[in-house]
Design a protein around this ligand. Sequence first.
Ligand code: 9WN
Length: 438
Amino acid sequence: MREHPLAERARRVLEKNRCDGYTRPAPGLYAHQWSWDTCFIALGYARFAPLRGARELEALFEGQWANGMVPHVVYRRTDDRYFPDPALWEVSRAPAAPANPYTSGATQPPVHATAARAVYEAMRDAGEAHAFLERLFPRLAEWHAYLHRDRDPLEEGLVAIRHPWESGMDNSPAWDPVFRHEAFDAVPAYDRKDKYTPASPERPTDEAYDRYLYLVELAREADYDEGRLVRDGGSPFLVQDVLFNTLLARADRDLAALARALGSDPEPFARRGARTASAIDRLLWDDALGLYVNRDLHGGARLRIPIAGGFAPLFAGIPNRVRADRMLRVLAGPRFGGADGAGVPVASYDRTAPGFSRRRYWRGPVWMNMNWILWRGLLRYDRASADRMRQAMVDLVSRGGFREYFDPVDGCGLGERDFSWTAALLLDTLHASPERMA
Ligand code: 9WN
């Protein structure tokens, strides 16, 4: 079978972004190593250079904290373009933070075990594959133990995030109601370097950054003590996020498969994944909207904001047939994009909802990672919709390039150029034999 012409271009993007020991998200704004970007990048490498995927993941885990947390940024360069920098986080105040490398003091969604499994299964040399797994598995197990132990204050199987950056969907309208809490205070003046990029009208507003920075300050003042911030409710931002929990439920299952491959007991991991999956289904489904919604742990209200993350449970096979059919209709309808015939895949936010924006990131634009997650989900429920979505993803990159995100109306590329996860996930989309991972 002939290779799709985009595959070679995608590999070149990853090559361009390879630095000393890791692959950065993009050549411009993002010079360091990001957590979930690394996972998506490793999923792409699994398709043509699995050893590189293994190295990416192992490099990221050099920044893992002693309590198990995998930080969302591992600072790799003395580069002054990215904000916030290590000085602002000052993670040396946390007893669990490593002295080297420098890291942030927040986390990102747990796609690691899923990526590690794909890499492991793609490795040709059985000895090398086993050695990789022996090194990484204990780290992955500590990471998941941290999430279930330190981030589930209600002990109901759902973990909480304490910063929008932890969701990976930083600027999502899903956080607007939480930001209105009175507990948010003013922050001292700071210099926002990300604004000076050419894409600045697409970046979050200064008001949003005030909230982000306030949360950083609060976590730093608490020496990153999860007991104070999460269990005692000290952080004004504490949300059970659908996407984060779905990825965890799925990754717990992948961790169980990896345990089995090592001859260990998979049951404890599988049980935790099943518990999280059933809590998502029981507590976060919204029948009126036809998708899953987040929950605010301050007051317990559901955040009834229709974002693409609300469809993520398809990825972990969580909804039953009836719910999945509802979701498929909403996904294909005018709210998320399927019906306009433009061949643009799913928008990050309901196109008909207040505040929808074609350019402001996470408030409308199309992201390749969200669509990859949904595509993988659709493969479980409806092969024809999955195939249509796959085609729309390929067409989007053909027209818009390997951009960070895309205009949901005309498919124009936006944000950074040569974006690693766009390239990596496109490679997976082009090459995967879908039956394997679904
Ligand atoms: C903050 C690196 C990251 C992604 C996130 C995306 C964006 C950072 C930022 O870039 O976030 O972590 O400065 O906006 O929202 O998902 O991991 O690509």
